[in-house]
Design a protein around this ligand. Structure first.
Ligand SMILES: [Zn+2]
Length: 463
Protein backbone atom coordinates (compact mmCIF):
# COMPACT_ATOMS: atom_id res chain seq x y z
CA UNK A 1 0.00 0.00 0.00
CA UNK A 2 1.12 3.53 -0.50
CA UNK A 3 0.42 6.33 1.89
CA UNK A 4 0.13 9.44 -0.26
CA UNK A 5 1.82 12.44 1.31
CA UNK A 6 -0.01 15.73 1.23
CA UNK A 7 1.45 18.85 -0.22
CA UNK A 8 2.22 20.02 3.26
CA UNK A 9 2.83 23.67 3.73
CA UNK A 10 6.19 24.74 5.20
CA UNK A 11 4.57 25.28 8.59
CA UNK A 12 3.49 21.65 8.67
CA UNK A 13 6.96 20.27 8.16
CA UNK A 14 9.51 20.16 10.94
CA UNK A 15 8.06 23.20 12.71
CA UNK A 16 11.45 24.15 14.12
CA UNK A 17 9.92 27.02 16.01
CA UNK A 18 6.27 26.63 16.90
CA UNK A 19 4.14 28.43 19.45
CA UNK A 20 1.03 26.71 20.74
CA UNK A 21 -1.42 29.39 21.91
CA UNK A 22 -4.36 28.73 24.18
CA UNK A 23 -6.53 30.68 26.53
CA UNK A 24 -6.11 27.78 28.97
CA UNK A 25 -3.22 25.34 29.33
CA UNK A 26 -3.52 22.28 31.56
CA UNK A 27 0.03 21.04 32.04
CA UNK A 28 -1.13 18.06 34.15
CA UNK A 29 2.02 18.46 36.23
CA UNK A 30 1.45 17.55 39.91
CA UNK A 31 -0.20 20.39 41.79
CA UNK A 32 -0.50 22.55 38.69
CA UNK A 33 -3.36 24.96 38.11
CA UNK A 34 -4.71 26.02 34.70
CA UNK A 35 -2.55 28.67 33.03
CA UNK A 36 -4.50 31.34 31.20
CA UNK A 37 -3.54 33.32 28.08
CA UNK A 38 -0.54 31.06 27.72
CA UNK A 39 1.83 29.87 25.04
CA UNK A 40 3.96 26.76 24.76
CA UNK A 41 7.18 27.16 22.79
CA UNK A 42 8.45 24.18 20.83
CA UNK A 43 11.81 23.63 19.17
CA UNK A 44 13.43 20.47 17.83
CA UNK A 45 10.48 18.41 18.93
CA UNK A 46 10.72 19.47 22.57
CA UNK A 47 8.91 21.92 24.80
CA UNK A 48 11.28 24.80 25.47
CA UNK A 49 9.11 27.27 27.38
CA UNK A 50 5.64 27.76 28.86
CA UNK A 51 4.56 31.27 29.70
CA UNK A 52 2.33 34.25 28.98
CA UNK A 53 1.33 34.35 25.32
CA UNK A 54 2.29 38.01 24.93
CA UNK A 55 5.79 37.41 26.31
CA UNK A 56 6.53 34.33 24.21
CA UNK A 57 5.11 35.88 21.05
CA UNK A 58 7.38 38.86 21.55
CA UNK A 59 10.35 36.53 22.09
CA UNK A 60 9.57 34.43 19.00
CA UNK A 61 8.17 36.83 16.40
CA UNK A 62 9.10 34.45 13.54
CA UNK A 63 7.48 31.37 15.05
CA UNK A 64 4.50 29.81 13.38
CA UNK A 65 1.55 29.54 15.70
CA UNK A 66 -1.32 27.17 16.24
CA UNK A 67 -4.35 27.47 18.50
CA UNK A 68 -5.16 30.84 19.97
CA UNK A 69 -8.31 32.25 21.50
CA UNK A 70 -11.01 29.65 22.12
CA UNK A 71 -8.53 26.83 22.61
CA UNK A 72 -7.52 24.61 25.50
CA UNK A 73 -4.13 22.86 25.42
CA UNK A 74 -3.56 19.58 27.22
CA UNK A 75 -0.79 16.98 27.00
CA UNK A 76 -1.09 14.56 24.09
CA UNK A 77 -3.27 11.70 25.28
CA UNK A 78 -1.89 8.19 25.79
CA UNK A 79 -3.71 5.04 24.62
CA UNK A 80 -2.10 2.16 26.54
CA UNK A 81 -3.72 -0.79 24.76
CA UNK A 82 -4.68 -0.69 21.10
CA UNK A 83 -4.66 -3.44 18.50
CA UNK A 84 -3.42 -1.72 15.36
CA UNK A 85 -4.12 -4.66 13.06
CA UNK A 86 -6.77 -7.35 12.69
CA UNK A 87 -9.91 -5.46 13.65
CA UNK A 88 -9.63 -2.23 11.73
CA UNK A 89 -10.66 -3.47 8.31
CA UNK A 90 -13.69 -5.22 9.84
CA UNK A 91 -14.39 -2.48 12.37
CA UNK A 92 -17.71 -2.65 14.20
CA UNK A 93 -18.64 -5.71 12.12
CA UNK A 94 -18.39 -8.45 14.73
CA UNK A 95 -21.94 -8.79 16.07
CA UNK A 96 -22.37 -7.80 19.70
CA UNK A 97 -24.56 -10.76 20.58
CA UNK A 98 -22.13 -13.64 20.02
CA UNK A 99 -20.64 -16.12 22.46
CA UNK A 100 -16.96 -15.23 23.06
CA UNK A 101 -15.78 -18.36 21.25
CA UNK A 102 -17.74 -17.48 18.12
CA UNK A 103 -16.47 -13.91 17.90
CA UNK A 104 -12.89 -15.18 18.27
CA UNK A 105 -12.99 -18.23 16.01
CA UNK A 106 -15.50 -17.10 13.40
CA UNK A 107 -14.22 -13.53 13.12
CA UNK A 108 -11.00 -12.49 14.83
CA UNK A 109 -8.91 -15.56 14.00
CA UNK A 110 -9.76 -15.75 10.27
CA UNK A 111 -9.39 -11.96 9.92
CA UNK A 112 -5.92 -12.04 11.46
CA UNK A 113 -4.96 -15.13 9.43
CA UNK A 114 -5.89 -13.44 6.14
CA UNK A 115 -4.22 -10.11 6.97
CA UNK A 116 -1.40 -9.17 4.60
CA UNK A 117 1.43 -6.76 5.21
CA UNK A 118 -0.46 -4.18 3.15
CA UNK A 119 -3.51 -4.73 5.35
CA UNK A 120 -1.36 -4.26 8.46
CA UNK A 121 0.06 -0.95 7.28
CA UNK A 122 -3.31 0.40 6.20
CA UNK A 123 -4.98 -0.77 9.42
CA UNK A 124 -2.34 0.82 11.62
CA UNK A 125 -2.46 4.04 9.61
CA UNK A 126 -6.25 4.27 9.87
CA UNK A 127 -6.26 3.46 13.59
CA UNK A 128 -3.53 5.99 14.34
CA UNK A 129 -5.32 8.68 12.28
CA UNK A 130 -8.48 8.14 14.33
CA UNK A 131 -6.42 8.20 17.53
CA UNK A 132 -4.58 11.37 16.51
CA UNK A 133 -7.79 13.15 15.48
CA UNK A 134 -9.10 12.34 18.97
CA UNK A 135 -5.99 13.81 20.59
CA UNK A 136 -3.88 10.67 21.10
CA UNK A 137 -0.16 11.13 20.47
CA UNK A 138 1.16 7.89 21.96
CA UNK A 139 -0.22 4.37 21.44
CA UNK A 140 0.87 1.08 22.96
CA UNK A 141 0.29 -1.66 20.39
CA UNK A 142 -1.45 -4.44 22.29
CA UNK A 143 0.62 -7.38 21.09
CA UNK A 144 -0.94 -8.89 17.96
CA UNK A 145 1.11 -7.53 15.04
CA UNK A 146 2.27 -9.92 12.32
CA UNK A 147 4.21 -7.37 10.20
CA UNK A 148 5.89 -4.90 12.56
CA UNK A 149 7.79 -3.03 9.85
CA UNK A 150 4.51 -2.25 8.12
CA UNK A 151 2.94 -1.02 11.36
CA UNK A 152 6.00 1.14 11.99
CA UNK A 153 5.38 2.64 8.54
CA UNK A 154 1.87 3.47 9.75
CA UNK A 155 3.28 5.29 12.80
CA UNK A 156 5.60 7.23 10.50
CA UNK A 157 2.83 8.05 8.04
CA UNK A 158 0.67 9.63 10.73
CA UNK A 159 3.58 11.11 12.71
CA UNK A 160 2.59 9.90 16.17
CA UNK A 161 4.49 7.88 18.76
CA UNK A 162 4.02 4.57 20.46
CA UNK A 163 5.39 1.17 21.29
CA UNK A 164 5.57 -1.80 18.98
CA UNK A 165 6.31 -5.50 19.21
CA UNK A 166 5.51 -8.62 17.26
CA UNK A 167 2.88 -11.06 18.30
CA UNK A 168 3.96 -14.23 19.97
CA UNK A 169 2.61 -17.29 21.69
CA UNK A 170 3.97 -20.78 22.09
CA UNK A 171 1.01 -22.79 23.28
CA UNK A 172 -0.72 -24.67 20.51
CA UNK A 173 -4.35 -23.83 19.92
CA UNK A 174 -6.83 -23.60 17.08
CA UNK A 175 -6.11 -22.82 14.34
CA UNK A 176 -2.36 -22.42 14.64
CA UNK A 177 0.40 -24.37 16.26
CA UNK A 178 2.35 -22.27 18.71
CA UNK A 179 5.84 -21.13 17.82
CA UNK A 180 8.94 -22.19 19.69
CA UNK A 181 10.15 -19.92 22.46
CA UNK A 182 13.24 -19.01 20.42
CA UNK A 183 11.13 -18.10 17.37
CA UNK A 184 8.97 -15.79 19.46
CA UNK A 185 12.00 -14.15 21.06
CA UNK A 186 13.75 -13.76 17.71
CA UNK A 187 10.79 -11.83 16.36
CA UNK A 188 10.86 -9.54 19.39
CA UNK A 189 14.60 -8.98 18.89
CA UNK A 190 13.93 -8.05 15.27
CA UNK A 191 11.51 -5.34 16.41
CA UNK A 192 14.14 -4.03 18.83
CA UNK A 193 16.48 -3.65 15.84
CA UNK A 194 13.75 -2.19 13.66
CA UNK A 195 12.94 0.54 16.18
CA UNK A 196 16.50 1.22 17.40
CA UNK A 197 17.13 4.96 17.25
CA UNK A 198 13.54 5.79 16.29
CA UNK A 199 12.60 9.09 17.89
CA UNK A 200 8.90 8.33 18.50
CA UNK A 201 8.39 4.56 18.51
CA UNK A 202 9.94 2.24 21.09
CA UNK A 203 10.33 -1.49 20.62
CA UNK A 204 8.54 -3.39 23.35
CA UNK A 205 8.32 -7.10 23.92
CA UNK A 206 4.74 -8.17 23.26
CA UNK A 207 3.02 -11.49 23.81
CA UNK A 208 -0.60 -12.39 23.26
CA UNK A 209 -0.64 -13.56 26.88
CA UNK A 210 -3.75 -15.14 28.42
CA UNK A 211 -3.00 -18.87 28.65
CA UNK A 212 -1.15 -18.84 25.31
CA UNK A 213 2.32 -18.55 26.84
CA UNK A 214 4.36 -21.27 28.50
CA UNK A 215 6.18 -20.52 31.72
CA UNK A 216 9.43 -20.70 29.77
CA UNK A 217 8.24 -18.09 27.25
CA UNK A 218 6.88 -15.54 29.68
CA UNK A 219 10.01 -15.72 31.83
CA UNK A 220 12.33 -15.40 28.83
CA UNK A 221 10.26 -12.58 27.30
CA UNK A 222 10.19 -10.65 30.58
CA UNK A 223 13.97 -11.11 30.89
CA UNK A 224 14.42 -9.96 27.28
CA UNK A 225 12.54 -6.73 28.06
CA UNK A 226 14.68 -6.20 31.15
CA UNK A 227 17.85 -6.80 29.14
CA UNK A 228 16.78 -4.18 26.57
CA UNK A 229 15.63 -1.79 29.32
CA UNK A 230 12.24 -1.67 27.67
CA UNK A 231 8.65 -2.66 28.43
CA UNK A 232 6.63 -5.81 27.93
CA UNK A 233 2.88 -6.09 27.54
CA UNK A 234 0.51 -9.05 27.33
CA UNK A 235 -3.16 -9.80 27.99
CA UNK A 236 -4.32 -11.14 31.33
CA UNK A 237 -7.73 -11.72 32.86
CA UNK A 238 -10.14 -9.45 31.00
CA UNK A 239 -12.72 -12.16 31.75
CA UNK A 240 -12.51 -14.99 34.28
CA UNK A 241 -11.38 -17.58 31.72
CA UNK A 242 -7.64 -17.02 32.33
CA UNK A 243 -8.21 -17.68 36.02
CA UNK A 244 -9.85 -21.00 35.23
CA UNK A 245 -7.07 -21.98 32.81
CA UNK A 246 -4.25 -21.19 35.27
CA UNK A 247 -5.99 -22.89 38.18
CA UNK A 248 -6.33 -26.02 36.08
CA UNK A 249 -2.77 -25.94 34.72
CA UNK A 250 -0.73 -24.83 37.74
CA UNK A 251 -3.19 -24.68 40.63
CA UNK A 252 -2.63 -20.96 41.14
CA UNK A 253 -4.30 -17.80 39.94
CA UNK A 254 -2.53 -16.12 36.98
CA UNK A 255 -0.89 -13.10 38.63
CA UNK A 256 0.28 -15.22 41.58
CA UNK A 257 1.83 -17.76 39.24
CA UNK A 258 3.52 -15.11 37.08
CA UNK A 259 4.97 -13.48 40.18
CA UNK A 260 6.22 -16.83 41.47
CA UNK A 261 8.00 -17.21 38.10
CA UNK A 262 9.63 -13.78 38.49
CA UNK A 263 7.92 -12.51 35.33
CA UNK A 264 6.23 -9.44 36.86
CA UNK A 265 7.86 -6.09 37.58
CA UNK A 266 7.83 -2.39 36.86
CA UNK A 267 8.63 -3.08 33.20
CA UNK A 268 5.37 -5.04 32.77
CA UNK A 269 2.09 -3.54 31.51
CA UNK A 270 -0.74 -6.04 31.81
CA UNK A 271 -3.57 -5.61 29.37
CA UNK A 272 -6.85 -5.57 31.32
CA UNK A 273 -6.47 -7.20 34.77
CA UNK A 274 -10.22 -7.06 35.35
CA UNK A 275 -10.69 -10.31 37.26
CA UNK A 276 -8.10 -10.21 40.03
CA UNK A 277 -8.32 -11.77 43.48
CA UNK A 278 -6.89 -10.17 46.63
CA UNK A 279 -3.58 -12.05 46.43
CA UNK A 280 -3.18 -11.11 42.75
CA UNK A 281 -3.72 -7.44 43.51
CA UNK A 282 -1.12 -7.72 46.29
CA UNK A 283 1.41 -9.32 43.92
CA UNK A 284 0.90 -6.66 41.23
CA UNK A 285 1.35 -3.89 43.78
CA UNK A 286 4.40 -5.52 45.38
CA UNK A 287 6.09 -5.88 41.99
CA UNK A 288 4.95 -2.45 40.72
CA UNK A 289 3.36 -4.11 37.67
CA UNK A 290 1.15 -1.69 35.72
CA UNK A 291 -2.27 -2.25 34.11
CA UNK A 292 -3.85 -0.95 30.90
CA UNK A 293 -7.56 -0.44 31.62
CA UNK A 294 -9.94 -0.48 28.63
CA UNK A 295 -13.41 0.00 30.08
CA UNK A 296 -15.37 0.23 26.81
CA UNK A 297 -14.04 -3.16 25.69
CA UNK A 298 -15.31 -4.89 28.81
CA UNK A 299 -18.76 -3.38 28.36
CA UNK A 300 -18.96 -4.21 24.64
CA UNK A 301 -17.84 -7.80 25.37
CA UNK A 302 -19.80 -8.28 28.59
CA UNK A 303 -16.71 -9.17 30.62
CA UNK A 304 -17.90 -8.04 34.03
CA UNK A 305 -15.91 -4.89 34.81
CA UNK A 306 -18.88 -3.28 36.55
CA UNK A 307 -19.03 -6.22 38.97
CA UNK A 308 -15.45 -7.46 39.24
CA UNK A 309 -13.17 -4.59 38.16
CA UNK A 310 -10.76 -3.39 40.84
CA UNK A 311 -8.76 -0.81 38.91
CA UNK A 312 -9.79 2.11 41.09
CA UNK A 313 -8.90 0.21 44.26
CA UNK A 314 -5.57 -0.67 42.61
CA UNK A 315 -4.95 3.02 41.88
CA UNK A 316 -5.93 4.03 45.43
CA UNK A 317 -3.32 1.60 46.77
CA UNK A 318 -0.59 3.11 44.58
CA UNK A 319 -0.95 0.95 41.48
CA UNK A 320 0.01 2.37 38.09
CA UNK A 321 -2.86 2.39 35.57
CA UNK A 322 -3.24 3.78 32.05
CA UNK A 323 -6.38 3.91 29.95
CA UNK A 324 -6.74 2.07 26.66
CA UNK A 325 -9.29 1.59 23.87
CA UNK A 326 -8.45 -2.03 22.84
CA UNK A 327 -9.86 -2.81 19.37
CA UNK A 328 -12.40 -1.73 16.79
CA UNK A 329 -14.69 -4.61 17.73
CA UNK A 330 -14.05 -4.28 21.47
CA UNK A 331 -14.93 -0.77 22.51
CA UNK A 332 -14.61 0.24 18.86
CA UNK A 333 -13.98 3.99 19.14
CA UNK A 334 -10.36 5.04 19.62
CA UNK A 335 -11.17 7.87 21.96
CA UNK A 336 -9.23 8.11 25.21
CA UNK A 337 -11.38 10.99 26.47
CA UNK A 338 -14.42 8.74 26.08
CA UNK A 339 -12.61 6.01 28.02
CA UNK A 340 -11.74 8.53 30.74
CA UNK A 341 -15.37 9.53 31.21
CA UNK A 342 -16.44 5.90 31.35
CA UNK A 343 -13.72 5.02 33.88
CA UNK A 344 -14.89 7.84 36.12
CA UNK A 345 -18.53 6.89 35.75
CA UNK A 346 -17.90 3.20 36.46
CA UNK A 347 -15.85 4.07 39.53
CA UNK A 348 -18.56 6.24 41.01
CA UNK A 349 -21.38 3.89 40.13
CA UNK A 350 -19.72 0.67 41.31
CA UNK A 351 -18.98 2.21 44.70
CA UNK A 352 -22.18 4.28 44.79
CA UNK A 353 -19.86 7.03 45.98
CA UNK A 354 -19.79 10.21 43.91
CA UNK A 355 -16.68 11.42 45.77
CA UNK A 356 -14.34 8.85 44.19
CA UNK A 357 -12.32 9.06 40.97
CA UNK A 358 -13.68 12.08 39.15
CA UNK A 359 -12.79 13.76 35.88
CA UNK A 360 -9.48 15.09 37.22
CA UNK A 361 -8.31 11.61 38.21
CA UNK A 362 -9.54 10.17 34.92
CA UNK A 363 -7.63 12.77 32.88
CA UNK A 364 -4.52 12.06 34.96
CA UNK A 365 -4.70 8.40 33.93
CA UNK A 366 -4.94 9.45 30.28
CA UNK A 367 -1.86 11.69 30.57
CA UNK A 368 0.81 11.80 33.29
CA UNK A 369 -0.55 8.80 35.19
CA UNK A 370 -0.55 6.83 31.95
CA UNK A 371 3.02 7.87 31.21
CA UNK A 372 4.00 6.61 34.66
CA UNK A 373 2.29 3.29 33.95
CA UNK A 374 4.40 3.03 30.78
CA UNK A 375 7.58 4.00 32.64
CA UNK A 376 7.86 7.04 30.34
CA UNK A 377 6.94 9.99 32.54
CA UNK A 378 10.33 11.62 31.95
CA UNK A 379 9.41 11.87 28.28
CA UNK A 380 5.65 12.23 27.81
CA UNK A 381 2.39 12.74 29.74
CA UNK A 382 2.58 16.40 30.77
CA UNK A 383 3.36 19.80 29.30
CA UNK A 384 6.74 20.39 30.83
CA UNK A 385 9.93 22.04 29.59
CA UNK A 386 12.28 19.42 28.16
CA UNK A 387 9.62 16.83 27.46
CA UNK A 388 8.57 15.68 24.02
CA UNK A 389 6.27 18.31 22.45
CA UNK A 390 3.14 16.14 22.39
CA UNK A 391 0.26 18.59 22.76
CA UNK A 392 -3.46 18.27 22.08
CA UNK A 393 -5.33 21.49 21.35
CA UNK A 394 -9.06 21.47 21.98
CA UNK A 395 -11.46 23.87 20.28
CA UNK A 396 -13.63 25.30 23.04
CA UNK A 397 -16.03 27.15 20.78
CA UNK A 398 -18.22 24.16 19.92
CA UNK A 399 -21.71 23.62 21.34
CA UNK A 400 -20.46 21.27 24.07
CA UNK A 401 -18.37 24.15 25.48
CA UNK A 402 -21.18 26.72 25.79
CA UNK A 403 -21.15 28.19 28.34
CA UNK A 404 -17.64 27.61 29.61
CA UNK A 405 -17.39 25.93 32.99
CA UNK A 406 -14.81 27.44 35.33
CA UNK A 407 -13.41 23.89 35.57
CA UNK A 408 -12.18 22.91 32.08
CA UNK A 409 -11.42 19.34 33.20
CA UNK A 410 -15.03 18.70 34.21
CA UNK A 411 -16.20 20.00 30.86
CA UNK A 412 -13.54 18.17 28.84
CA UNK A 413 -14.20 14.77 30.41
CA UNK A 414 -17.93 14.84 31.09
CA UNK A 415 -19.31 17.11 28.35
CA UNK A 416 -16.86 16.53 25.56
CA UNK A 417 -14.73 13.81 23.96
CA UNK A 418 -12.40 13.51 20.99
CA UNK A 419 -14.78 15.51 18.79
CA UNK A 420 -13.53 18.74 20.41
CA UNK A 421 -9.91 18.15 19.39
CA UNK A 422 -8.86 20.65 16.74
CA UNK A 423 -5.08 20.39 16.40
CA UNK A 424 -2.47 17.90 17.57
CA UNK A 425 1.27 18.35 17.87
CA UNK A 426 3.41 15.21 18.06
CA UNK A 427 7.14 15.57 18.77
CA UNK A 428 6.85 19.21 17.72
CA UNK A 429 5.16 18.51 14.41
CA UNK A 430 1.56 19.47 13.63
CA UNK A 431 0.02 16.11 12.75
CA UNK A 432 -3.64 17.19 12.95
CA UNK A 433 -4.82 20.64 11.91
CA UNK A 434 -8.47 21.69 12.04
CA UNK A 435 -9.43 18.07 12.70
CA UNK A 436 -7.64 16.66 9.65
CA UNK A 437 -4.38 14.70 9.56
CA UNK A 438 -1.66 16.76 7.90
CA UNK A 439 0.66 14.02 6.67
CA UNK A 440 -1.72 11.55 5.06
CA UNK A 441 -4.67 12.01 2.77
CA UNK A 442 -7.70 10.66 4.58
CA UNK A 443 -9.88 10.52 1.48
CA UNK A 444 -7.45 8.38 -0.53
CA UNK A 445 -7.03 6.05 2.43
CA UNK A 446 -10.79 5.70 2.78
CA UNK A 447 -11.07 4.49 -0.81
CA UNK A 448 -8.28 1.96 -0.22
CA UNK A 449 -9.90 0.90 3.07
CA UNK A 450 -13.18 0.04 1.35
CA UNK A 451 -11.33 -2.10 -1.18
CA UNK A 452 -9.21 -3.90 1.39
CA UNK A 453 -12.24 -4.34 3.65
CA UNK A 454 -14.11 -6.18 0.88
CA UNK A 455 -11.05 -8.20 -0.09
CA UNK A 456 -10.39 -9.27 3.50
CA UNK A 457 -13.99 -10.35 4.00
CA UNK A 458 -13.74 -12.42 0.82
CA UNK A 459 -10.39 -14.05 1.64
CA UNK A 460 -11.26 -14.73 5.29
CA UNK A 461 -14.74 -15.88 4.31
CA UNK A 462 -16.36 -13.63 6.90
CA UNK A 463 -20.12 -13.70 6.59
ZN1 LIG B 1 -6.33 -6.53 23.62
Amino acid sequence: MSTPPLNDSPTDRADPDLLVLADTVLTMEPGSVPITDAAIAVADGRITAIGPAATLRAAHPEASTIGGRGHLAIPGLINAHQHLTGDRLIRSMIPDDLEPGRSIFEWAVPAHAAHTGDDDELSATLSLIEAACNGVTFTVEAGTVAHPARVLAGFDAVGVGGTLGSWGWDVAGEPWAGDTVEDVLDRQREVQQLTAGHDRVDGWVTLVGHDLMSDELVVAASDLARAHATGITFHLSPSDSDTAAYLERVGKRPAVHLDDLGALGSHVLLGHGVHLADDELDRLLATDTAIAYCPWAYLRLGQGVSRAGRHIEFIARGGRVALGCDAENAGDAIDVLGAAALAAGLAKDATMDPTVFGAHAALHHATLGAAKALGMSDEIGSISVGKRADITIVDTTGPEWVPRSPDPVLQLVWASDGRSVAHVVSSGRVVVRDGEPTMVHRGALAVEAEQRHRSLIERANLR
